[in-house]
Design a protein around this ligand. Structure first.
Ligand SMILES: [Zn+2]
Length: 65
């Protein structure tokens, strides 16, 4: 699952938002279940990353032989 790594203005942390999400939804939900309304979503990466999102996104990475 590919993600957009975007900052939530709620906590100023970069979360992983699945790119295949409902763009018209009232809230965008990150992999860690952090939810943010579109107007509080900063479409760029910040300095601090959400550890839960990193763990969840990392667990989806395919191992290369
Ligand atoms: Zn997160």
């Amino acid at each position: 699952m590919p993600y957009d790594w975007w900052v939530s203005a709620h906590d100023s942390v970069t979360h992983a938002f699945p790119i295949f999400r409902d763009a018209s939804a009232e809230f965008h939900q990150a992999a860690c279940a952090h939810a943010v309304p579109p107007e509080l979503l900063v479409r760029e990466r910040g300095a601090d990353y959400c550890l839960s999102c990193l763990t969840i996104a990392g667990s989806h990475l395919r191992e290369t032989p």
